[in-house]
Design a binder for this molecule. Structure first.
Ligand SMILES: [Zn+2]
Ligand SMILES: [Zn+2]
Ligand SMILES: [Zn+2]
Length: 257
């Protein structure tokens, strides 16, 4: 199983428009962050997680021309606003594009992009979602097993996911403030775990770097990655301050499991 980090930034991206801070002005490419999204790939299946506003740029950078399914964490715009860019993955397909989300997120997607979900949408080449409400229950996409992990983030229903293929496990939790105990069991002892580390100061709806490191200490993945980072997070400084098994993810990082 491979995981390609298409974007590792928070909702503003980094640099932030108009900001003159050290990280925003940094020339380190690892401090340039598009909005958060990943691609999970097995030998036969490619799953896009979230359609962020930078999807077009991400697809061009990584020569991404097709996906087998799209999976959503939650409805916030930094995870959904690139919906229309998925046209590029539908021009050449006859069948519908499998789309997986939790109940609340799917309701919002139907509202936000109603024309795509409408029965009248028979235009070949446009996005025609084959929508699946996973309702928090495990499911498979091709040969990738997916376990939804309900987390608490802002006031919207939000999921992280555990992906399993070839005996390996990878957890992805880009937006989280607190982890319910039942959900923590699902994230225990994974081969790799990428989790929200928005900033360095206490935040109302996200984990800080310190929160994330502490939580990873309990969950004990073999390798930990910080993602959904904002401009308070400097790549090399954060590398030097986190335990050896944890590093910030960066845009274009390819993880092979
Ligand atoms: Zn800044
Ligand atoms: Zn969010
Ligand atoms: Zn987000």
């Amino acid at each position: 199983m491979k995981v390609l980090f298409l974007g590792t930034g928070t909702s503003t991206g980094v640099p932030v428009i108009g900001c003159q801070c050290d990280v925003c002005l940094s020339t380190d490419p690892k401090n340039k962050r598009l909005r958060s999204s990943i691609l999970v790939q097995s030998e036969s299946t490619t799953v896009l997680v979230d359609s962020c506003p930078d999807l077009r740029q991400q697809a061009l950078s990584h020569h991404l021309t097709s996906i087998d399914a799209v999976l959503y964490t939650h409805e916030h715009l930094d995870h959904t606003a690139g919906f229309d860019e998925m046209r590029a993955f539908c021009w050449h397909r006859e069948d519908k594009l499998p789309l997986y989300a939790g109940t609340a997120c799917l309701q919002q997607l139907r509202r936000m992009f109603g024309w795509a979900f409408a029965a009248e949408n028979t235009y070949k080449g446009y996005i025609r979602p084959d929508a699946h409400d996973h309702g928090g229950r495990p499911f498979s996409i091709g040969d990738i097993e997916v376990t939804p992990v309900l987390v608490q983030h802002a006031s919207v229903e939000t999921y992280g996911y555990v992906f399993r293929n070839g005996g390996k496990s990878f957890g992805y939790v880009p937006d989280i403030k607190t982890l319910p105990e039942d959900s923590a069991l699902l994230l225990q002892g994974l081969d790799a775990l990428a989790m929200d580390a928005l900033t360095t100061r206490e935040h109302r709806t996200h984990l800080t770097v310190a929160d994330c490191v502490q939580l990873m200490g309990k969950l004990a993945p073999s390798r930990g990655f910080l993602t959904h980072c904002g401009h308070a997070v400097d790549y090399s400084l954060t590398c030097s301050e986190t335990p050896d098994y944890i590093t910030p993810a960066y845009d274009g990082m390819l993880l092979s499991l």
